[in-house]
Design a protein around this ligand. Structure first.
Ligand code: XMP
Length: 519
């Protein structure tokens, strides 16, 4: 541990551990997550400024539950226990934790007591009455000696407790979850007040730490990264380039299903003319993909073909490089959560999950330098590393690309139509000042052709669907209200400028029942 000001999060199996780490980083304090089994001796050696105990699904009083020794609380290091962590603190120090008849879940009214907490309390400046997020069945029935109750709810008489003398603090609720209105005050009180942190850590410090760790790990080895042009793999490339320069080779496969000019834009950033020190290999494989996809209209089949072909191309290129020691990936924290292996198992995300990892590639280890970060953190890291804003704030784009935005079979002609229409749509959204950062906006090609009249002639052309959805988590989404003028301009421009289109629809479907992509 090389940071002068580090806080350790001890993981007891809680689902919010990364969110806790993120809140600590938001307070400008470097944070590391470790398993709860980290020994007190090792912690003493690391000498962190503070320790946070996470929640977890177990009951502290049951045999075999994740636990810790009393010495953790006797190191003289401030400790904040959250949920299970708070119960563990109570249990280990002689308080009483039991199953409660009434459990609490969700938004809950929190009453701070006394209403004007002491200066050294982590409840300082928290309103007497606010809303917190609860999720528990067990609870603290009696606080250990030396502790004072500092908050309650209607159901839970000990929603927070502390022993300010020993700098031990506990909250039954989740201050890290945004539903807890004043959660950040509690983190700030703990970090700046109890732990005495200065809050001077920045994303640039993350770069320093990561670059040093990556250098150490990679040594003189060769690293291969599949670059998709999306935010995550681009930021991973920039970071690795900073660490190991030309020991990094980025393979960028243009499968012919990218957005208009996207391949050239990626090359402009990472290729010879770009600002990054790395080996950049661009593979123009469009023809190969179109050939494999010819006549295939089943959506799943298309996805499988694109995925498999992608792996073939990527593997062929990788083999040309000779021995590769590390395969790097732009996995970020939400990917780790989604795949359900948040507890440290390797998560394999290859090129936007196009088709999994090339399993016949020989390498020592997978490196995922962004796996602790949330999307917005990845974006600020990207800017800090000098990536263009346009790339860093790029719209999410699926691995199979336009392949899932062309209903039915794929041809070069259809790809051209959807690329052109999509570029116009995005330009007009920009012009209309629509905030596209809150969702996903794109054009798709329906497989429908219909009769129209242009000039004096009859047309029998395609219908383009414009789609704009607002979403927080991409699991649910609703159509974005786009000003009529902007839609009409798009319609006029697309029909006028994109050959082969004579109708434009706006897709109003929410998810569910629809999906965001068309296929
Ligand atoms: P759907 O269409 O399932 O999309 O509502 C939800 C989000 O996932 C993206 N998406 C994909 N991303 N590989 C990816 O990397 C895929 O195969 C894929 N399919 C959908 C989609 O763009 C949206 O952001």
């Amino acid at each position: 541990m090389n940071n002068a000001e580090t806080v350790i999060v001890l993981d007891f199996g809680g689902q919010y551990k990364q969110l806790i780490a993120r809140r600590v980083r938001e307070c400008g304090v470097y944070c590391e997550i470790h398993p709860y089994t980290l020994s007190a001796d090792r912690i003493r050696e690391m000498s962190p400024k503070g320790i946070i105990l996470t929640g977890g699904p177990n009951s502290v009083y049951e045999e075999g539950s994740p636990s810790c020794g009393r010495e953790l609380f006797e190191l003289g290091i401030p400790v904040l226990g959250i949920c299970y962590g708070s119960q563990l603190m109570a249990h280990v120090l002689g308080g009483e934790v039991r199953h409660a008849d009434v459990s609490e879940y969700g938004h809950t009214e929190l009453y701070v007591m006394p209403e004007d907490p002491a200066d050294s309390s982590i409840m300082k400046d928290v309103s007497g009455r606010s809303v917190c997020w609860m999720s528990h069945t067990d609870r603290i029935f009696a606080v250990p000696s030396g502790f004072e109750t500092t908050a309650r709810t209607d159901v839970c008489p000990v929603a927070a407790m502390e022993d300010r003398e020993r700098k031990l603090f506990a909250v039954q609720f989740h201050p890290e979850v945004e539903h807890t209105e004043e959660g950040m005050k509690i983190f700030r009180n703990f970090l700046y007040g109890a732990c005495g942190c200065s809050g001077s850590w920045k994303m640039s410090s993350f770069i320093e730490t990561s670059v040093r760790d990556l250098k150490e790990k990679i040594g003189t080895g060769q690293v291969l990264l599949g670059l998709s042009g999306g935010v995550d793999s681009s930021v991973a490339a920039a970071l690795l380039s900073r660490a190991v320069g030309r020991q990094l080779t980025c393979v960028f496969v243009d499968h012919g299903l990218l957005r208009k000019n996207e391949a050239d834009e990626v090359e402009a950033v990472f290729g010879k003319e770009g600002d990054f020190d790395l080996n950049f290999v661009r593979v123009n494989a469009a023809e190969r993909f179109y050939l494999k996809l010819a006549g295939v209209s089943d959506p799943e089949m298309k996805r499988k073909i694109i995925g498999a072909e992608f792996i073939s191309v990527f593997t062929e290129e990788a083999k040309k490089l000779g021995k590769v020691d590390f395969l790097a990936q732009g996995t970020i924290y939400p990917d780790v959560v989604e795949s359900g292996t948040g507890n440290g198992g390797a998560v394999i995300k290859s090129h936007h999950n196009v088709g999994g990892l090339p399993d016949h590639l020989d390498f020592k280890e997978v490196i995922e330098p962004l796996r602790m970060l949330f999307k917005d953190e990845v974006r600020s890291l990207g800017l800090e590393l000098g990536l263009p804003r346009k790339l860093v704030y790029r719209q999410p784009f699926p691995g199979p690309g336009l392949g899932v935005r062309i209903v039915g079979d794929i041809t070069a002609e259809k790809v051209r139509i959807v690329q052109e229409a999509d570029a116009i749509f995005r330009q007009e959204l920009d012009r209309a000042g629509i905030d596209t950062g809150k969702g996903q906006f794109f054009a798709a090609l329906t497989n429908m052709r219909s009769v129209g009249v242009m000039g004096d002639g009859r047309t029998y052309d395609y219908a383009v669907a414009l789609r704009g959805v607002l979403t927080n988590d991409f699991m649910t989404a609703s159509a974005c209200e786009i000003p009529w003028d902007a839609l009409q301009t798009c319609m006029n421009r697309i029909i006028g400028e994109v050959g082969g289109v004579n109708r434009v629809f706006y897709d109003l479907t929410s998810k569910p029942p629809g999906t965001i992509e068309l296929e």
